[in-house]
Unconditional design. Structure first.
Length: 255
């Protein structure tokens, strides 16, 4: 089976992308007070955020909390036109100074896990909102891991199915050839030497002919029981369809 690494590490880092130093300081203090287990990192623009993410890409993904309006772009640029959180590659929450239903919908459709309007109350709620987003992210990653496990299992079944089909096909051909040889040899003996064989020899030839027929039928019956044991491609298609449906559901996954 192909190696599939299970996602089991909790997010321990928060990257704040915020050009307003006062807001960034409030967020830092709130996290230090309510979520001291999370390390806090701060950058002021998209460029620096991209550089930070690139430099730390080998580490576990951070939770990114980004202001929407930034000096060199908007926070959604960090999602790189993703359509789901897992396509983004890390959990992200978008902050904005003004509430906008269109922006909220756009944020969620771009892979953000949440959208927060900046206010004193909401900023102080960020650790709670962050914990919720991290739980969502962990569920998404666990689902992805389970899907990868299932995909690998299906691939293995498909490969085993092909091998078994080849084996059964070769075995069946060998049996057919052997039975045909015995049957033909018996017919040749009976046709060429019938007048020279006594009754006992003819009886033995008939027994051989009957035995080959019974063997042929038994092999057909055996195939009827053996072949259904392995997974048909139709069953594999059912599993593949279920995976596709799971992928579609991720966009609406909300705790």
């Amino acid at each position: 089976m192909k190696e599939c690494i299970k996602y089991h590490n909790e997010i321990k880092t928060v990257l704040i992308v915020e050009d307003n130093e006062a807001h960034a300081e409030i967020i830092r203090r709130v996290f230090e007070e309510k979520s001291p287990e999370l390390s806090f990192n701060h950058v002021a623009c998209i460029n620096d955020a991209i550089k930070w993410l690139e430099f730390n890409k080998e580490n576990h993904p951070p939770l990114v909390i980004s202001d929407y309006n930034l000096p060199d772009g908007n926070g959604l640029e960090l999602t790189k036109d993703a359509a789901s959180p897992e396509e983004v590659g890390f959990p992200i929450i978008i902050l904005t100074g003004e509430g906008s239903e269109k922006l909220a919908v756009r944020s969620l459709k771009s892979g953000a896990l949440d959208y927060v309007v900046k206010s004193n109350e909401e900023l102080h709620q960020l650790p709670k909102i962050a914990a919720h987003a991290i739980r969502q992210w962990n569920l998404i990653m666990e689902r992805k891991y389970a899907e990868n496990e299932l995909k690998d299992f299906i691939d293995d079944l498909d490969e085993a199915n092909d091998h078994l089909e080849d084996f059964l096909g070769g075995m069946s051909q060998d049996f057919d050839d052997s039975i045909s040889s015995v049957r033909n040899f018996g017919k040749i003996l009976q046709e060429k030497y019938a007048d020279k064989l006594d009754e006992a020899a003819l009886t033995d030839l008939k027994r051989v002919a009957d035995a080959t027929e019974r063997t042929d039928k038994l092999l057909d019956k055996l195939s009827e029981y053996v072949v259904p044991i392995y997974f048909y491609s139709s069953l594999i298609s059912v599993y593949s369809t279920k995976i596709s449906l799971l992928n579609r559901k991720v966009l609406s996954l909300k705790i």
